[in-house]
Design a binder for this molecule. Structure first.
Ligand code: PLP
Ligand code: COI
Length: 341
């Protein structure tokens, strides 16, 4: 199979439509079988639940080319599970794990020419999503729904690749107590746009959101969880019921403990403690692990000791080990890698 003519190592994190995507419809109480289609456009009612009341949730995962040329995905069963949780909270009919994995396998396989080659640093980002496609005027769930899954070849999420980023404390909240912060609802991201735009205008790559109730604990960024390293080399990661349970973070906790012998502590992290850490990073599917070099608290600058030039040693090693597992250079724990073709 001949790969597309793309300068893979120059890719940023953007949308490039590929040849195929998967689409299924829910009507009269059940999902149809679904199928691959080539049209990248969606035609729905002007009064669709997704357009009027944001009834939509999504997932994000990646396909990788390993050294031997095989194409794999990383723990997609956990994305299926999380999409089911998000759907339940938004009164969207769930997709079974079996159907999710079938859509994933078929779409990635059909787009194999778009999966970046091994060693380019690029990957195929996969975006499954569910939305209310039927019309609804009173506030209620839509009468019918679509499940879609498309993909796009991508490079690093943050401009400048994996150089340390500067972030700032947001004056806006991302998620309310007992709200939707722990699911991947489109509305959470719409809510974060204004704060994200402000951060960018002020020269920061991302916001650090604090807990909405007390504004004293670290939550997460708009699209990634936090990892901190203590001066004595332990990893601390925020525990909160209003952040997204990142699959990357959960995997890194295991990799740190089992592969690298690093102690990991999951607990609430007061913002006041942040200046005491020796390394700070954000983690997620899109971000992988990106180092944070500076945190701005309304003009008070916290300079992370690992600096603005490079990864600190602990998070650097963690990133190397995780990407090694995803690329097939390091043996993965049982069940983490799903071979597609
Ligand atoms: N937090 C938020 C708000 C996100 O959007 C994401 C991205 O999916 C993450 C964390 C990281 O989650 P994961 O590692 O499962 O991609
Ligand atoms: C991801 O990491 O998959 C995300 O969804 C984060 C962002 C692109 C929304």
């Amino acid at each position: 199979m001949e790969k597309k003519n793309i300068n893979w190592s120059e890719l940023g994190f953007g949308y490039t439509p590929t040849d195929y995507r998967f689409m299924a419809e829910w009507k009269d109480g059940s999902w149809d079988e679904g199928a691959l289609i080539s049209d990248s456009n969606v035609t729905i009612s002007e009064c669709a639940g997704v357009l009027q009341y944001a009834q939509t949730c999504f997932e994000g995962l990646k396909a990788y080319t390993q050294k031997d040329g095989s194409i794999v995905t990383f723990r997609p069963d956990l994305n299926a599970e999380r999409l089911q949780r998000s759907a339940r909270r938004l009164l969207i009919p769930e997709i079974s794990t079996e159907m999710f994995l079938r859509a994933l396998d078929e779409t990635v396989k059909a787009n194999a020419a778009w999966v970046p080659p091994y060693g380019t640093g690029a990957t195929l980002y996969v975006r499954p999503f569910l939305f209310g496609s039927g019309p609804i005027l009173g506030v209620a769930p839509a009468p019918y729904f679509q499940f879609r899954l498309f993909c796009s070849p991508v490079g690093p999420y943050f401009k400048g690749g994996i150089k340390p980023i500067r972030i700032c404390i947001s004056d806006y909240d991302r998620a309310a107590p007992h709200g939707t912060g722990d699911i991947k609802a489109g509305l959470n991201y719409a809510m974060s746009l204004y704060a994200g735009d402000l951060a960018h205008k002020n020269g920061f790559s991302e916001n650090m959101f604090l807990d909405a109730a007390t504004r004293t604990y670290v939550e997460e960024t708009g699209g990634a969880n936090f990892l901190f390293v203590t001066k004595d080399g332990k990893i601390v990661t925020p525990k909160s019921s209003t952040i997204l349970p990142s699959i990357t973070r959960r995997s890194l906790v295991y990799v740190a403990e089992k592969y690298l012998g690093i102690e990991v502590i999951e607990r609430p992290v007061p913002f006041e403690e942040v200046s005491e850490f020796s390394e700070v990073g954000v983690c997620g599917t899109a971000a992988v692990i990106s180092p944070v070099g500076e945190i701005d608290d309304h003009g008070r600058k916290i300079m992370v000791p690992s600096g603005m030039d490079q990864f600190g040693p602990v998070l650097g090693k963690l990133r190397e080990t995780l990407t090694g597992i995803q690329n097939g250079d390091i043996e993965a724990p049982e069940g983490w890698i799903r071979k597609i073709c």
